[in-house]
Design a protein around this ligand. Structure first.
Ligand code: F3S
Length: 431
């Protein structure tokens, strides 16, 4: 049996030694070994009862996961309070695919989707609508409290939970986060410690206008990589939390820091909970400084490579909503797209456009006139993860445009600022 370096409680020791079954023993060994690598002192109980899993797609080549799920089910393991999971990969009704794309998705990419979703339900998936990367938003309600200990892995959700909600969660990997959720423990290291939550970078925002969240996040992520930034100067552009625009801004900023770098926690001076409580006391001695002005934002933006084979040709598809849009963002985009078409005299958007959001936010939005207004522009509303549509040999070759820096980073999609997206889609400018 594995000899842990960390201290275990008698209950944890019993699990490891197999007193609660072989499956739990193997899961516990994985979790303990994971913690030992990072010199965790112990395992902390998870205090936010609902889980969130990153692996939402029944991708054919993830072969080991399906028998592993069967073993969990056979052992009777289930998340006590259920869990949500990242977005689904396919929505043929709203994200049109040609026959070749459908063949690739159904037979090669996501052939296990249906059976995998059944496996997820067997271990506690809350409901068939529990697929989103923004499970922490009020419409979904999987919202940890300040100080809660979590075992999540979705990078955009982890950074939001840590930074904006003040929860404690490491950037775990998929499957390990599921073991933590099912066992109810997380190894105490990194963001689960007070020391690990301190900032080693002071970022000073000196822009003359509110910087685009996705570019500011990208700049910070590429500079600080895995470290914790303390951002000053941004509070002048943000209303206090839980203002909806601030939530949306920090969601998009955080996802960019987490994907363009590997940030799992940031502090925004005078805005996020720990920064409000501790201020510059969160800065570690010897911290580094990064000043971001208008020129730096432009430099970062201009540094993005354009991966399209024919960069001069028009985009074939546009995705808005990675991470999934909040209700307010959906309303704002609808209003702007609609007004832009009126101004340009066009009837429909110039590019096949998909806005992505959680099933719950979509349901709320569909109750409003905004939904018909959005459809009238020719845009579609979907619950998918655009990356899962984009990241394959067929769809990936298309000229896809986006305002998401995460989608840009992980695919061949081309990034445009919000205003550029608006101008292109409404015919003011060509992509
Ligand atoms: Fe969410 Fe998929 Fe983007 S999980 S953050 S929509 S890559």
């Amino acid at each position: 049996m594995y000899k842990p370096l960390m201290e275990l409680t008698p209950e944890q020791q019993d699990i490891l030694s197999g007193k609660q079954g072989e499956t739990k023993a193997k899961m516990m060994e994985c979790l303990v070994r994971y913690g030992d690598i990072f010199h965790a002192k112990r395992l902390l109980p998870i205090t936010h009862p609902e889980g969130h899993l990153v692996t939402s797609f029944g991708i054919t080549m993830l072969k080991p996961i399906y028998p592993l799920m069967d073993e969990l089910i056979k052992a009777g393991l289930k998340a006590p309070e259920g869990f949500t999971v990242d977005p689904r990969p396919i929505d043929y009704a709203n994200v049109k695919c040609n026959p070749i794309e459908k063949l690739v998705f159904d037979k090669f990419m996501y052939s296990k989707q249906e059976s995998y979703e059944k496996q997820l339900q067997a271990i506690g998936l809350k409901d068939t609508n529990g697929f989103t990367c923004t499970s922490y938003l009020p419409e979904i309600g999987n919202t940890p409290k300040e100080g809660d200990v979590l075992s999540w892995a979705e990078s955009s959700a982890v950074v939001f939970a840590n930074s904006v909600l003040g929860a404690h969660c490491n950037r775990n990997s998929g499957v390990l986060e599921m073991f933590g959720m099912l066992l109810g423990y997380a190894p105490e290291f990194g963001f689960l410690t007070a020391e690990g939550r301190k900032a080693t970078w002071k970022v000073i925002v000196k822009t003359t206008t509110k910087p685009e969240a996705q570019i500011l996040g990208s700049a910070v992520g590429m500079k600080v990589l895995t470290e914790v930034p303390y951002v000053e100067g941004l509070d002048q552009y943000l209303k206090p939390l839980p203002d909806e625009d601030t939530v949306a801004y920090l969601k998009d900023f955080g996802a960019a820091t987490a994907s363009n770098g590997a940030v799992g926690l940031y502090h925004i001076d005078k805005v996020t909970p720990e920064a409000k409580e501790q201020g510059e006391g969160l800065l570690k001695e010897g911290y580094k400084t990064y000043v971001i002005d208008d020129a730096e934002i432009e430099r970062v933006y201009q540094s993005y490579p354009v991966m399209w084979k024919n960069p001069d040709k028009k985009a074939q598809k546009c995705f808005i909503g990675c991470p999934h849009l909040t209700l307010k963002q959906l309303v704002d985009w609808t209003d702007k797209l609609s007004a832009g078409l009126v101004a340009s005299g066009l009837k429909k958007l110039t590019v096949d456009t998909v806005l992505t959001t959680s099933p719950q936010v979509a349901a709320e939005f569909k109750k409003t006139d905004g939904y018909q207004k959005l459809l009238a522009t020719g845009a579609h509303l979907s619950y998918i993860c655009p990356l899962m549509y984009t990241n394959n040999p067929v769809a990936g070759k298309k000229r896809i445009m986006t305002n998401s820096n995460k989608l840009r980073t992980y695919s061949f999609s081309r990034y445009y600022k919000d205003q550029e997206v608006l101008d292109i889609l409404t015919g003011k400018e060509q992509a």
